[in-house]
Design a protein around this ligand. Sequence first.
Ligand code: HT9
Ligand code: FE2
Length: 370
Amino acid sequence: MSDARPYDALLLLSFGGPDGPDDVMPFLENVTRGRGIPRERLEEVAEHYLHFGGRSPINDQNRALLAALRAELDARGLDLPLLWGNRNWAPYVTDVLRQAHEAGARRVLTIFTSAYSSYSSCRQYREDLARALAALAAEGRTLAVDKVRHYFNHPAFVRTNAAAVRTALDRLAPQQRDGARLVFVTHSVPTAMDDASGPGGNAYVRQHRDVAAAVTAEVAAGLDREPAWDLVYCSRSGPPSQPWLEPDVNDHLRELAAAGVPAVVLAPVGFVSDHMEVVFDLDTEAAQTAAELGLPCERAATVGAAASFVAGLVDLVEERAELARGGSPDKPFLGTLGASHEVCPAGCCRNLRADLPAATGADYAGPVPA
Ligand SMILES: CC1=C(CCC(=O)O)c2cc3nc(cc4[nH]c(cc5[nH]c(cc1n2)c(C)c5CCC(=O)O)c(CCC(=O)O)c4C)C(CCC(=O)O)=C3C
Ligand SMILES: [Fe+2]
């Protein structure tokens, strides 16, 4: 029987993005406040958004995911309200949690639109939640928030990505397919951020490598060979003096072409849907690089609102609820790292700039008045 108790609402927590040209600069200012991103980089990224009419794809992607989640919750008889809140653009998480509290919610379960550990992909969302809870506590509203575990190695995430890679391979001409390289892509982060990721450090890279290997193993099971793979990065930001994870996807495509690799599948496993990084950095920029090199290149779909992925997310909701009720659910995973924690250990994915409260962690003491 399906059960989400003790939770009385489910929150999809995301990054947010501009909905039109007038939103672009205020959105970018929200994202980069206090982060020392050079002005030229901001102007360049503003151009990427303006190239798409000033509208990020992320909001529509989230709306599609919400609709699919609602349908899957309903199909399992889970009638808890489904909310959507963002860090950098409306609907802002504090406003959404305030409305939820007004409607009677007291214990909210959260899913982040990011599958991995790191300050940017996990702890910063936990800080957003802590800030929202503190603001609401100051208004006399008390809420408790938990999150589902990291889902990078959940079978649903791995297998949905593997199916997308197979589909992309099938789009290549038969004579290119056999030697095609699987190039897994994620968002670059400062190497210092990776060093501080997860309980033991470097979790960001370790988790991505684990996913890449697990997806490749799933793909290989349907072929008569094990394709070669690499993990590369896109969307580097920050000052040039600061080391970020490399290689950049464009540099890597140049190396592969020089080495005579016949074709490439780009698999953006670092992104849960077609964000700006995917439609610009990969589908526009990297596609252009590959075309210049004469290197056949297919981009695999992101998990987006695929039914198999959405079913996995709702499995995680049920798993987390059972844990909260004191049960010991099965925690399925693929790869070598094991099922991740749902309550982050103290100091996990440390903020290198400031020490701020972060919800859903062992070291979180509850709402901190603003
Ligand atoms: C790891 C990671 C994820 C994945 C986890 C997750 O999904 O949360 C992610 C997601 C996203 N990043 C996004 C957009 C931006 N990220 C920026 C800047 C930065 N990202 C960073 C890391 C990450 N970012 C970092 C270390 C910076 C430097 C500044 C800082 O230390 O914080 C900037 C500033 C301009 C620039 O410098 O590029 C923008 C506009 C969007 C929206 C896209 C859309 O609109 O579709 C999404 C989903
Ligand atoms: Fe980003």
